[in-house]
Design a protein around this ligand. Structure first.
Ligand code: EPU
Length: 419
């Protein structure tokens, strides 16, 4: 297993190209199960989660090839199997995204229940209730969700108690081939859902309400293969902005979309960073000391939970007090204990973390617990005095396309080593 070693204290200077969004690519790859033919997907990031979903798709009978470095051609002429095994689902919860499309295409699906993970219990009850509303019969058997439909799915109203990103995506993918109209109320509004809606629309689906919390789907009889571009990864973008905040310097992020991060820019400007947004790029400069800000994670367009850990690392470097509320996942403070090993002063009180900034961190050996926690430890390592070693790097490889290469290119002293 690899670890990442960082010699902290160097400012970052130069340009970083942002990759396509992991959470945009995963549902779009799953959507190719909906109809036969060859689908073309551009701007796919090179990540372990992408390899995992492709491996899962192969078990259903799809074939794929890379048309170029970041373009996938996925052929789904032969989809015969419908079981997503525990072995693959346990390594990536987003595997549950195949439930809706398999049910719509084959009338049945058997998908392992994902179980808990490092950031919370993360049930899939909304996905299951929504599919039942569309007429599927669901049973839980030996850790698997067994889903069947007699005839075809039928449109209905589906309401989410809490807007769920993959829940909304699953119901959308099931509803596009259902008979009649489905209305999804309190739908999630993350930009990756709009990306999926664009793909489904190109496939011939009829969907209204893009970017709103009320989606109306009028089922169609047949879909056709489509071509789509994955949107830039807003969480990767935010991670590098915060990294420059922590390490200092002047970096231009390219191939990104500043419009996808409405809540982050105000926060970062309030910490004292200079940000200049263009249509597809953002320049970030930190020249002075950092100021503390408070954060509350919320569904989009609120502050993303996927940037909470990174912001916490930044807040340890201020000279003030910051209160961070995590409102999406109940256990997403696993990075706190690791940041404390680097000298941070953080107290967790239920869903709230109180960070007392000391203006500095010290390098230490730390352990990555999940994807975004790993990113926060890398950010802390860039700013810390001395050497930081982050073990269990496979978490980072799940969701960051060449983070070590990208940071090295802007002057960070960061490298991988065998543990
Ligand atoms: N929830 C339920 N029941 C459900 C579904 C969700 O109670 O059936 C709850 C969750 O426990 C959570 C809230 O609803 O409290 C929202 O969870 P959501 O369903 O939106 O999360 P998700 O779809 O499982 C996606 C991203 C996550 C991201 C969250 C929140 C993908 C593949 N994953 O997860 O990304 O944190 O939305 O924005 O899109 C990551 O990339 O590191 C990551 C964890």
């Amino acid at each position: 297993m690899d670890k990442i070693v960082i010699e902290g204290g160097l400012p970052l200077e130069g340009e970083i190209k942002i990759s396509g969004a992991k959470n945009g690519a995963l549902p779009i790859i799953a959507a190719t199960l909906l109809c036969p033919g060859t689908h073309i997907i551009h701007n796919v990031p090179d990540l372990r989660d992408i390899r995992t979903i492709l491996q899962l798709m192969e078990t259903f009978g799809i074939t794929w090839e890379k048309a170029d470095t970041n373009t996938l051609a996925i052929n789904s002429d032969n989809v015969s199997s419908f079981e997503a095994s525990y072995d693959l689902v346990k390594t990536m919860r987003a595997s549950v995204l195949v439930l809706g499309p398999l049910l719509a295409r084959l009338g049945q699906a058997r998908v392992s229940l994902p179980g808990g993970c490092a950031i919370g219990a993360r049930p899939i009850d909304f996905h299951m209730q929504g599919l039942q509303k569309l007429g599927a019969q669901l049973e839980l058997e030996q850790g698997y969700v067994d889903a069947k439909v007699n005839g075809t799915l039928r449109g209905n109203a589906v309401y989410f108690d809490i807007p769920s990103v993959t829940g909304t995506e699953n119901i959308l993918m099931a509803a596009v081939l259902a008979e009649g109209e489905t209305v999804i109320k309190n739908a999630a509004r993350e930009p990756e859902i709009a990306n999926l809606i664009d793909m489904l629309t190109r496939m011939g689906a009829k969907i209204e309400g893009r970017n709103t919390d009320r989606l109306v789907v009028r089922g169609v009889k047949k879909l056709v293969p489509a071509e789509i571009e994955i949107i830039p990864d807003r969480i990767e973008t935010g991670t590098f902005l915060v990294a420059v905040g922590a390490a200092g310097g002047d970096v231009n992020l390219t191939n990104c979309d500043p419009a996808l991060l409405p809540s982050l820019f105000d926060k970062l400007r309030n910490t004292g960073l200079y940000l200049k947004e263009d249509k597809n790029s953002i320049r970030v400069i930190r020249s002075g000391p950092l100021k503390s800000v408070d954060i509350k994670t919320m569904p989009y367009p609120g502050f993303p939970t996927d940037l909470q850990a990174q912001m916490m690392a930044l807040m340890t470097l201020t000279e003030g007090l910051s209160v961070i509320h995590e409102n999406i996942f109940e256990n997403r403070f696993m990075h706190v204990a690791e940041l404390k090993r680097m000298g941070a002063d953080i107290r967790v009180d239920g869903g709230r973390a109180i960070v007392k900034g000391h203006g500095k961190l010290n390098g230490a050996q730390v352990m990555a617990t999940d994807l975004r926690a790993s990113a926060s430890l890398v950010i802390a390592g860039l700013a810390a005095q001395g050497i930081t070693e982050v073990s269990r790097v496979y978490h980072l490889d799940r969701g960051y396309d060449d983070i070590v290469g990208k940071l090295s290119a802007v002057g960070a002293k960061i490298w991988r080593e065998k543990e």
